[in-house]
Design a binder for this molecule. Structure first.
Ligand SMILES: O=P(O)(O)OC[C@@]1(O)O[C@H](CO)[C@@H](O)[C@@H]1O
Ligand SMILES: [Mn+2]
Length: 441
């Protein structure tokens, strides 16, 4: 095993991880409890007294969870049977086996941040599934929907742009097509600013005109491997035999505005023939507030289709058609909501790893994916991305992420230190973004 640095953790007082565990996570839990409260009458209407009792039970489980967290109690095993319960509990044991200090029990502030933060969302899910008949309830649904509604103007602008582009796409020369590809990649990048976990669950939608801001935002792209993506896909297009395929996989992040930007990009990939199939990977359970589940994916396409705007509706109708025709395929896998680093995928989820190996290119959206790709570890800024991936190389891949955690690799010597000196929050504010590629050049 290669030597890897220590994990980011709440032990480092004042770090972003510490502040997340201390402030942001309890704030999210409080919001979840409040959401359940607000739906009390809905539960009553649907399920009668049983619904109200279930709401009380879920709230009491969540209040207990918040107390465990705030008093830094030991991390306890999951109790409710679910597809991943055993894997989670094995992982908890594994984390305990790594401890040589304290009382040998994993604790919120002492254990790796990635582990405890994932565990918190998994415990929220447990509280819900332990509370039938409201065990179907997505506590983050409202916020995700609000994010979409508030971004309406930007969604219309993007759909209109895409439809105009498609009309003339066959007349574009190579350079023009490449420019358009780059534009939509950047839109998908900046779409990642809109996650709801960083804002503690508060509204974080897209209200500015992102299309006309791209030039101004360029200086904030710290690593820009877009050219590699173009070479790879345009080469696939040129050398592809008639009946063969080019598969692009998008490991999705947030629903709402970010998902729209990803679907716009995916639509362009098909229309430009840079890809012939797009596969999407979402989350099986509600995750990190705004992450996409199959319900969010279908809901959003439906909303776009009935958007009451010519070009928006056209996009929605086309997207529905792509799904029906199998040109767009949505996949679920429990691995995406486990706490493991991606380098563990071949052991933990060999079926998923084998699936990813079929991709011509995998796009990993968002900050959490970056944390899992690099193991959420204290890597030096200049360590090559390939090394930080620690053996995870299923296919050529690119991470598209705005920086929202204290982790960044692959920078030029001195670049990270310089940013640190001039702007201490550079890697947590979401102001900067990267396209970081790993694969054959
Ligand atoms: O993956 P995303 O949606 O881009 O970001 C997830 C995120 O908001 O969650 C954590 C804070 O709780 C941070 O790592 C990160 O900023
Ligand atoms: Mn997210």
């Amino acid at each position: 095993m290669a030597v890897v640095p220590a994990s980011l953790s709440g032990q480092d007082v004042g770090s972003f991880a510490y502040l997340t565990i201390k402030d942001r996570i309890p704030q999210i839990l409080t919001k979840v409890i409040d959401t359940l409260h607000r739906h009390k009458s809905e539960f009553f209407e649907k399920h009668g007294e049983e619904g109200v009792e279930a709401e009380k039970k879920a709230i009491s489980l969540l209040s207990k969870l918040r107390n465990e967290l705030q008093t830094d109690k030991p991390i306890i095993p999951l109790v409710e049977k679910f597809v991943d319960t055993d894997i989670w509990n094995q992982y908890l044991e594994y984390q305990q086996s790594l401890l040589n200090e304290s009382d040998g029990k994993s604790r919120w502030f002492y254990s790796p941040w990635l582990f405890v933060e994932c565990y918190m969302y998994r415990r929220i899910h447990e509280a819900i599934i332990q509370s039938p008949p409201i065990d179907y309830f997505d506590v983050f649904k409202e916020s995700k929907e609000q994010n979409f509604y508030e971004s309406r103007e930007s969604v219309i602008a993007l759909c209109t742009h895409l439809q105009q582009l498609i009309k003339t796409i066959e007349d574009l020369d190579e350079n023009q097509l490449k420019d358009e590809f780059f534009k939509l990649l950047q839109i998908s990048l900046w779409g990642n600013k809109c996650d709801l976990s960083l804002s503690g669950g508060e509204s974080s939608s897209q209200k500015t005109d992102v299309l006309n801001s791209l030039e101004d935002l360029k200086p904030f792209i710290l690593l820009n491997d877009m050219e590699h993506l173009w070479s790879l896909l345009s080469n696939c297009k040129k050398t592809r035999e008639k009946a063969s395929v080019t598969r692009v996989y998008i490991v999705l992040d947030n629903s709402g505005f970010e998902l729209v930007t990803d679907l716009i990009l995916a639509n362009f990939l098909l229309s430009s023939e840079l890809a012939t199939e797009v596969h999407f990977y979402g989350k099986t359970i509600p995750w990190f507030v705004s992450d996409t589940t199959i319900h969010d994916f279908n809901w959003l396409i439906e909303q776009v289709k009935h958007g009451n705007h010519k070009w928006m509706s056209k996009c929605g109708a086309d997207w529905e058609e792509y799904v029906k025709m199998g040109k767009w395929v949505y996949h679920d896998h429990i691995f995406w909501t486990l706490p493991h680093e991606y380098c563990a995928m071949p052991q933990v989820a060999p079926d998923l790893y084998a699936e990813l190996q079929k991709a011509h290119l995998i796009l990993f959206k968002g900050d959490l994916n970056y944390r899992k790709l690099t193991g959420d570890r204290k890597w030096e800024f200049s360590v090559p991305f390939h090394q930080a991936l620690n053996g995870f190389h299923p296919a050529p891949l690119c991470t598209i992420r705005t920086l929202k955690a204290e982790i960044q690799v692959g920078l030029k010597p001195g670049q990270g230190e310089q940013l640190m000196a001039s702007e201490p929050c550079w890697w947590t504010s979401g102001k900067y973004g990267i396209f970081q590629y790993d694969g054959p050049l």
